[in-house]
Write a new protein. Structure first.
Length: 383
């Protein structure tokens, strides 16, 4: 959700994912204003709503919060400063228990503003403060361009996505595109983007099907799904160096963007399972020349990105987390495992098995190459 007042129908959708269970609100500032709203004002029956406000990193060690996370059917992250969320909870029992809830109990996750910003596999941490679109486009290596892929909230639907919020106030399109370019270049992985204007929300089900909520046509409330153009042989930025304006042009077609309006009933949709299908929206091409972002009409992609977690999952049917020896459906040309700093931890050729026991437990990027394509996704090793 994009960061202003909550959209009631989107919040009803979120509460329905709790299946009548317990809803936990986590935040680092503010009070318990969500409790009555979620419990009594939306007409969706849930067992309980509780807010925990963490004022310092010490909160991450409290057994009370551990117990509440372990029992929650849904967690909502409020707004605020995303660096506080990250610095308080990353690599602590809090994010470990949240991720266990997501993967083992199918716990629902939601958030607004900072609470949305922390949910991608890559994320803008704001460790050195915020950054404007102009500053990011003019120097993709500005000290405030703090993009991280260190594991935090591990939602498979967003494993190769970076989000941005408050998209209309101020305009954040340019900085979001630069976030994507920075992660693409730093980690050699094409990165997608999901962005919400302030009064909009994207609700994603377990199959990757999105409903887009807002108040269009009363207001011009927009959501964007952005991806590097898979139709290009080379879809990387042309100019990407320190203190130099970004150019990501590719003849005016660097990025494919699905632009949709949020409606009261979520009638406009998009499909994250393939990033090609939507209803009610329009396709655009975005590109950057010498630090200036341009947007124009575009066409739907006729392909999928070569490096996608969905393509890898459907083709190889790999478990995640992985342990021991994993059988592949066929022999592949090469398997490379990178740590999250980009260093190679394992490389093997001509294989039909992957022995995860050769790598210590943790989070990695698995890259699988065939004669035709390269697939990549984040994996967890748990031997």
């Amino acid at each position: 959700m994009g960061g202003a007042s909550e959209h009631d129908n989107a919040m009803r959708w979120f509460l329905q994912q709790a299946n009548g269970g317990d809803v936990l609100v986590l935040r680092t500032t503010g009070s318990d204003g969500y409790n009555d709203y979620l419990q009594n004002q939306l007409g969706v029956s849930v067992n309980s709503v509780e807010t925990i406000v963490c004022h310092s990193p010490a909160c991450a060690l409290e057994t009370y919060i551990h117990d509440k996370i372990s029992k929650a059917e849904a967690i909502w992250f409020a707004g605020g400063d995303q660096w506080e969320y990250i610095s308080y909870w990353r690599n602590t029992p809090v994010d470990s228990l949240i991720n266990r809830g997501i993967h083992e109990r199918k716990m629902a996750i939601g958030g607004t503003s900072a609470g949305m910003a922390i949910q991608g596999g890559a994320y803008f941490s704001a460790q050195n403060g915020t950054i404007t679109s102009q500053a990011a486009l003019m120097n993709p290596f500005d000290l405030a361009m703090t993009i991280s892929t260190e594991p935090f909230i591990m939602n498979d639907q967003l494993s190769n996505v970076i989000t941005d919020t408050h998209y209309d106030n101020p305009d954040r399109k340019g900085r979001h595109v630069t976030f994507m370019a920075r992660n693409y270049v730093d980690n050699a992985l094409p990165t997608r983007g999901i962005a919400c204007e302030e009064y909009t929300a994207v609700c994603i089900d377990t199959n990757g099907f999105c409903k887009i909520y807002g108040d269009y046509p009363n207001y011009d409330e927009d959501v964007y799904f952005i991806q590097p153009n898979c139709e290009l042989t080379d879809n990387t930025p042309e100019t990407f160096t320190t203190a130099t304006p970004l150019t990501w042009n590719r003849s005016g077609k660097a990025l494919k963007v699905y632009h949709a309006k949020g409606t009261q009933n979520g009638t406009q949709t998009f499909n994250l399972s393939n990033w090609k299908e939507g209803s009610g929206g329009v396709w655009e091409h975005w590109y950057v020349v010498n630090g200036q972002l341009y947007m124009g009409s575009g066409t739907a992609p006729g392909c999928s990105l070569d490096m996608t977690e969905n393509g890898l999952d459907s083709w190889l049917d790999l478990p995640n987390p992985m342990s021991g020896i994993v059988d592949l459906k066929e022999t592949v040309r090469e398997i490379i495992v990178f740590d999250l700093k980009g260093s190679i931890c394992l490389s093997q050729s001509g294989s039909f098995q992957f022995d995860s026991a050769r790598i210590k437990n943790g989070s990695y990027i698995l890259q699988v190459s065939t004669e035709e394509r390269v697939y990549s996704r984040r994996i967890q090793i748990q031997n």
